[in-house]
Design a binder for this molecule. Structure first.
Ligand code: HEM
Length: 253
Protein backbone atom coordinates (compact mmCIF):
# COMPACT_ATOMS: atom_id res chain seq x y z
CA UNK A 1 0.00 0.00 0.00
CA UNK A 2 1.11 3.52 -0.67
CA UNK A 3 0.92 6.76 1.26
CA UNK A 4 -2.60 8.08 1.66
CA UNK A 5 -4.19 11.26 2.98
CA UNK A 6 -6.62 10.72 5.85
CA UNK A 7 -8.44 13.61 7.55
CA UNK A 8 -9.18 13.20 11.26
CA UNK A 9 -12.89 14.12 11.09
CA UNK A 10 -14.81 14.56 14.34
CA UNK A 11 -17.84 12.35 14.95
CA UNK A 12 -20.37 12.73 17.77
CA UNK A 13 -19.89 9.12 18.92
CA UNK A 14 -16.20 9.58 19.67
CA UNK A 15 -14.75 9.67 23.17
CA UNK A 16 -15.87 7.84 26.32
CA UNK A 17 -19.15 9.76 26.53
CA UNK A 18 -19.87 10.11 22.83
CA UNK A 19 -23.18 8.88 21.39
CA UNK A 20 -24.61 8.36 17.92
CA UNK A 21 -26.56 11.38 16.71
CA UNK A 22 -29.95 10.02 15.68
CA UNK A 23 -30.57 12.75 13.10
CA UNK A 24 -27.15 12.17 11.57
CA UNK A 25 -27.81 8.42 11.30
CA UNK A 26 -31.12 9.11 9.58
CA UNK A 27 -29.41 11.45 7.13
CA UNK A 28 -26.72 8.81 6.56
CA UNK A 29 -29.37 6.20 5.88
CA UNK A 30 -30.82 8.55 3.27
CA UNK A 31 -27.44 8.96 1.55
CA UNK A 32 -26.81 5.22 1.69
CA UNK A 33 -30.27 4.47 0.23
CA UNK A 34 -30.26 7.09 -2.50
CA UNK A 35 -26.61 6.90 -3.55
CA UNK A 36 -24.48 4.01 -2.26
CA UNK A 37 -27.11 1.24 -2.50
CA UNK A 38 -27.04 1.57 -6.29
CA UNK A 39 -23.84 -0.49 -6.15
CA UNK A 40 -23.09 -1.55 -2.57
CA UNK A 41 -24.91 -3.97 -0.29
CA UNK A 42 -25.44 -4.04 3.46
CA UNK A 43 -26.23 -7.71 3.71
CA UNK A 44 -25.57 -8.28 7.43
CA UNK A 45 -27.91 -5.54 8.68
CA UNK A 46 -31.66 -6.14 9.17
CA UNK A 47 -34.24 -3.49 8.40
CA UNK A 48 -35.71 -3.89 11.88
CA UNK A 49 -32.46 -2.61 13.42
CA UNK A 50 -33.37 0.84 12.07
CA UNK A 51 -35.85 0.95 14.95
CA UNK A 52 -33.28 0.15 17.66
CA UNK A 53 -32.66 2.59 20.46
CA UNK A 54 -29.33 4.35 20.12
CA UNK A 55 -29.50 3.84 16.33
CA UNK A 56 -31.45 5.74 13.66
CA UNK A 57 -34.55 5.10 15.83
CA UNK A 58 -37.13 5.04 13.04
CA UNK A 59 -40.68 4.37 14.30
CA UNK A 60 -41.89 0.84 13.52
CA UNK A 61 -44.35 1.91 10.83
CA UNK A 62 -41.58 3.81 9.03
CA UNK A 63 -39.30 0.76 9.20
CA UNK A 64 -42.09 -1.33 7.65
CA UNK A 65 -42.64 1.27 4.92
CA UNK A 66 -38.89 1.55 4.31
CA UNK A 67 -38.48 -2.23 3.94
CA UNK A 68 -41.54 -2.52 1.69
CA UNK A 69 -39.81 -0.39 -0.98
CA UNK A 70 -37.41 -3.27 -1.66
CA UNK A 71 -37.87 -6.77 -2.98
CA UNK A 72 -36.29 -9.81 -1.43
CA UNK A 73 -36.06 -13.39 -2.65
CA UNK A 74 -38.13 -15.72 -0.48
CA UNK A 75 -36.91 -19.33 -0.66
CA UNK A 76 -40.21 -20.76 0.61
CA UNK A 77 -42.23 -18.89 -1.97
CA UNK A 78 -39.49 -19.49 -4.53
CA UNK A 79 -40.23 -15.98 -5.72
CA UNK A 80 -39.60 -12.32 -4.95
CA UNK A 81 -41.82 -10.46 -2.47
CA UNK A 82 -41.71 -7.02 -0.80
CA UNK A 83 -39.25 -6.99 2.12
CA UNK A 84 -40.42 -6.94 5.74
CA UNK A 85 -38.51 -5.60 8.81
CA UNK A 86 -37.12 -9.08 9.60
CA UNK A 87 -35.32 -9.21 6.23
CA UNK A 88 -31.81 -7.98 5.63
CA UNK A 89 -30.66 -5.16 3.37
CA UNK A 90 -29.62 -6.57 0.00
CA UNK A 91 -26.26 -7.73 -1.29
CA UNK A 92 -24.09 -5.54 -3.49
CA UNK A 93 -25.78 -4.86 -6.83
CA UNK A 94 -22.36 -4.46 -8.43
CA UNK A 95 -20.14 -7.50 -7.72
CA UNK A 96 -16.97 -5.35 -7.65
CA UNK A 97 -18.42 -3.06 -4.97
CA UNK A 98 -17.66 -4.52 -1.51
CA UNK A 99 -20.42 -5.00 1.06
CA UNK A 100 -20.49 -2.06 3.47
CA UNK A 101 -21.93 -3.78 6.60
CA UNK A 102 -18.58 -4.06 8.36
CA UNK A 103 -16.53 -1.63 6.31
CA UNK A 104 -16.15 0.94 9.14
CA UNK A 105 -14.47 -1.71 11.29
CA UNK A 106 -12.51 -3.51 8.59
CA UNK A 107 -10.44 -0.55 7.42
CA UNK A 108 -7.94 1.50 9.40
CA UNK A 109 -7.29 5.16 8.81
CA UNK A 110 -4.40 5.70 11.17
CA UNK A 111 -1.07 3.94 11.21
CA UNK A 112 2.38 4.48 12.64
CA UNK A 113 4.44 6.39 13.42
CA UNK A 114 7.05 3.92 12.13
CA UNK A 115 4.76 0.92 12.55
CA UNK A 116 4.34 1.52 16.31
CA UNK A 117 0.55 1.85 16.18
CA UNK A 118 0.64 4.79 18.59
CA UNK A 119 -1.62 6.87 16.36
CA UNK A 120 -4.37 4.27 16.74
CA UNK A 121 -3.97 4.37 20.49
CA UNK A 122 -4.56 8.12 20.57
CA UNK A 123 -6.88 8.71 17.63
CA UNK A 124 -8.72 5.36 17.33
CA UNK A 125 -8.57 2.88 14.46
CA UNK A 126 -9.83 5.47 12.02
CA UNK A 127 -12.12 3.26 9.93
CA UNK A 128 -14.79 5.98 9.71
CA UNK A 129 -12.17 8.66 9.06
CA UNK A 130 -10.89 6.51 6.22
CA UNK A 131 -14.36 6.17 4.64
CA UNK A 132 -15.09 9.90 4.95
CA UNK A 133 -11.65 10.73 3.53
CA UNK A 134 -12.22 8.30 0.66
CA UNK A 135 -15.53 9.95 -0.26
CA UNK A 136 -13.92 13.39 -0.21
CA UNK A 137 -10.58 12.23 -1.63
CA UNK A 138 -11.17 12.35 -5.40
CA UNK A 139 -8.66 14.48 -7.25
CA UNK A 140 -7.24 14.99 -10.69
CA UNK A 141 -4.66 12.31 -11.45
CA UNK A 142 -1.21 13.61 -10.39
CA UNK A 143 0.86 15.47 -12.97
CA UNK A 144 3.43 12.65 -13.03
CA UNK A 145 0.77 10.13 -14.19
CA UNK A 146 0.15 9.31 -17.87
CA UNK A 147 -2.48 11.65 -19.24
CA UNK A 148 -4.52 9.07 -21.08
CA UNK A 149 -5.38 6.84 -18.10
CA UNK A 150 -9.14 6.30 -18.04
CA UNK A 151 -10.11 6.16 -14.37
CA UNK A 152 -10.54 7.97 -11.10
CA UNK A 153 -7.78 8.97 -8.74
CA UNK A 154 -8.29 9.06 -4.97
CA UNK A 155 -5.72 10.37 -2.48
CA UNK A 156 -7.19 8.32 0.41
CA UNK A 157 -7.16 5.00 -1.48
CA UNK A 158 -3.91 3.07 -1.27
CA UNK A 159 -4.68 -0.36 -2.71
CA UNK A 160 -5.44 0.48 -6.33
CA UNK A 161 -3.12 0.71 -9.29
CA UNK A 162 -0.38 3.31 -9.02
CA UNK A 163 1.24 5.15 -11.94
CA UNK A 164 4.74 3.74 -12.51
CA UNK A 165 5.91 7.16 -13.58
CA UNK A 166 5.17 8.49 -10.06
CA UNK A 167 7.62 6.11 -8.35
CA UNK A 168 11.10 7.54 -7.77
CA UNK A 169 14.43 5.68 -8.08
CA UNK A 170 14.28 4.45 -4.48
CA UNK A 171 10.83 2.97 -5.04
CA UNK A 172 8.96 5.60 -3.04
CA UNK A 173 5.59 6.89 -4.17
CA UNK A 174 5.97 10.58 -4.99
CA UNK A 175 2.27 11.39 -4.48
CA UNK A 176 -0.43 9.98 -2.14
CA UNK A 177 -3.31 7.76 -3.24
CA UNK A 178 -3.98 5.43 -6.18
CA UNK A 179 -6.49 4.74 -8.91
CA UNK A 180 -9.89 3.47 -7.79
CA UNK A 181 -12.73 1.66 -9.57
CA UNK A 182 -15.48 3.57 -7.72
CA UNK A 183 -16.60 6.73 -9.52
CA UNK A 184 -16.93 9.77 -7.17
CA UNK A 185 -20.29 8.91 -5.53
CA UNK A 186 -20.91 12.29 -3.91
CA UNK A 187 -20.77 15.61 -5.72
CA UNK A 188 -22.74 17.77 -3.28
CA UNK A 189 -26.53 18.18 -3.09
CA UNK A 190 -26.97 14.52 -4.04
CA UNK A 191 -29.84 14.28 -1.56
CA UNK A 192 -32.31 16.75 -0.09
CA UNK A 193 -32.25 16.31 3.68
CA UNK A 194 -35.60 16.49 5.41
CA UNK A 195 -34.11 18.28 8.41
CA UNK A 196 -32.69 21.01 6.16
CA UNK A 197 -29.10 20.04 6.94
CA UNK A 198 -26.42 21.23 4.51
CA UNK A 199 -25.79 18.60 1.80
CA UNK A 200 -22.20 19.45 0.88
CA UNK A 201 -19.84 16.62 -0.05
CA UNK A 202 -18.16 16.77 3.38
CA UNK A 203 -21.45 16.76 5.32
CA UNK A 204 -22.96 13.95 3.24
CA UNK A 205 -19.74 11.97 3.64
CA UNK A 206 -19.72 12.39 7.41
CA UNK A 207 -23.39 11.45 7.65
CA UNK A 208 -23.14 8.26 5.60
CA UNK A 209 -19.93 7.35 7.42
CA UNK A 210 -21.62 7.73 10.82
CA UNK A 211 -24.43 5.53 9.52
CA UNK A 212 -21.91 2.89 8.40
CA UNK A 213 -20.19 3.04 11.79
CA UNK A 214 -23.54 2.36 13.43
CA UNK A 215 -24.16 -0.51 10.97
CA UNK A 216 -20.79 -2.05 11.83
CA UNK A 217 -21.10 -1.57 15.59
CA UNK A 218 -24.76 -1.01 16.56
CA UNK A 219 -24.09 -1.81 20.23
CA UNK A 220 -21.34 0.78 20.66
CA UNK A 221 -23.39 2.85 23.11
CA UNK A 222 -24.17 -0.19 25.28
CA UNK A 223 -20.49 -1.15 25.22
CA UNK A 224 -19.37 2.29 26.37
CA UNK A 225 -21.99 2.33 29.10
CA UNK A 226 -20.94 -1.10 30.36
CA UNK A 227 -17.30 0.02 30.35
CA UNK A 228 -18.13 3.13 32.31
CA UNK A 229 -20.13 1.16 34.89
CA UNK A 230 -17.26 -1.28 35.18
CA UNK A 231 -14.72 1.45 35.84
CA UNK A 232 -17.04 3.01 38.42
CA UNK A 233 -17.39 -0.31 40.25
CA UNK A 234 -13.68 -0.98 40.16
CA UNK A 235 -13.02 2.50 41.58
CA UNK A 236 -15.43 1.84 44.42
CA UNK A 237 -13.91 -1.59 45.02
CA UNK A 238 -10.44 -0.05 45.19
CA UNK A 239 -11.57 2.40 47.89
CA UNK A 240 -13.24 -0.37 49.91
CA UNK A 241 -10.20 -2.64 49.64
CA UNK A 242 -7.95 0.19 50.76
CA UNK A 243 -10.12 0.84 53.83
CA UNK A 244 -10.35 -2.90 54.56
CA UNK A 245 -6.59 -3.23 54.37
CA UNK A 246 -6.15 -0.30 56.77
CA UNK A 247 -8.57 -1.85 59.21
CA UNK A 248 -7.12 -5.37 59.14
CA UNK A 249 -3.56 -4.21 59.63
CA UNK A 250 -4.08 -1.21 61.91
CA UNK A 251 -2.69 -3.00 65.02
CA UNK A 252 0.44 -4.19 63.25
CA UNK A 253 1.49 -0.66 62.25
C1 HEM B 1 -15.41 0.67 -3.02
C2 HEM B 1 -18.09 3.44 -0.03
C3 HEM B 1 -21.06 4.55 -3.71
C4 HEM B 1 -18.72 1.36 -6.54
C5 HEM B 1 -15.88 1.33 -1.89
C6 HEM B 1 -15.28 1.28 -0.58
C7 HEM B 1 -16.02 2.06 0.25
C8 HEM B 1 -17.09 2.60 -0.53
C9 HEM B 1 -15.78 2.33 1.73
C10 HEM B 1 -14.09 0.41 -0.19
C11 HEM B 1 -12.76 1.00 -0.44
C12 HEM B 1 -11.72 0.02 0.07
O1 HEM B 1 -11.66 -1.11 -0.41
O2 HEM B 1 -10.95 0.40 0.97
C13 HEM B 1 -19.12 3.98 -0.77
C14 HEM B 1 -20.12 4.89 -0.23
C15 HEM B 1 -20.93 5.24 -1.28
C16 HEM B 1 -20.47 4.50 -2.45
C17 HEM B 1 -20.21 5.32 1.24
C18 HEM B 1 -22.08 6.22 -1.27
C19 HEM B 1 -21.91 7.47 -0.77
C20 HEM B 1 -20.71 3.77 -4.78
C21 HEM B 1 -21.39 3.76 -6.05
C22 HEM B 1 -20.72 2.86 -6.85
C23 HEM B 1 -19.62 2.30 -6.07
C24 HEM B 1 -22.64 4.57 -6.37
C25 HEM B 1 -21.03 2.43 -8.28
C26 HEM B 1 -21.24 3.37 -9.23
C27 HEM B 1 -17.60 0.93 -5.84
C28 HEM B 1 -16.59 0.04 -6.39
C29 HEM B 1 -15.63 -0.14 -5.38
C30 HEM B 1 -16.08 0.61 -4.23
C31 HEM B 1 -16.58 -0.55 -7.79
C32 HEM B 1 -14.32 -0.95 -5.46
C33 HEM B 1 -13.20 0.06 -5.72
C34 HEM B 1 -11.82 -0.54 -5.97
O3 HEM B 1 -11.48 -1.55 -5.33
O4 HEM B 1 -11.07 0.04 -6.80
N1 HEM B 1 -16.99 2.15 -1.84
N2 HEM B 1 -19.36 3.77 -2.10
N3 HEM B 1 -19.64 2.89 -4.83
N4 HEM B 1 -17.27 1.24 -4.54
FE1 HEM B 1 -18.30 2.53 -3.35
Amino acid sequence: ASEVEITDYDFPYEGPFGAFDQMQLQRGLQVYTEVCAACHGLQYVSYRNLHDEGGPGLPEDQVRAYAAQFETFDEELDDFRPAIPADKFGKSALPEAPDLSLMAKSRAGFHGPYGSGLNQLFKGMGGPEYIASLLTGYEEAPACAPEDFPGYYNVAFGSGGFPESCIDEEGHHMVPGSWIAMPPPLLGDDVVYEDGHEASVVEESKDVTAFLMWAAEPKMMARKQAGFTGVLFLGLLAVLLYLTNKRIWHRAK
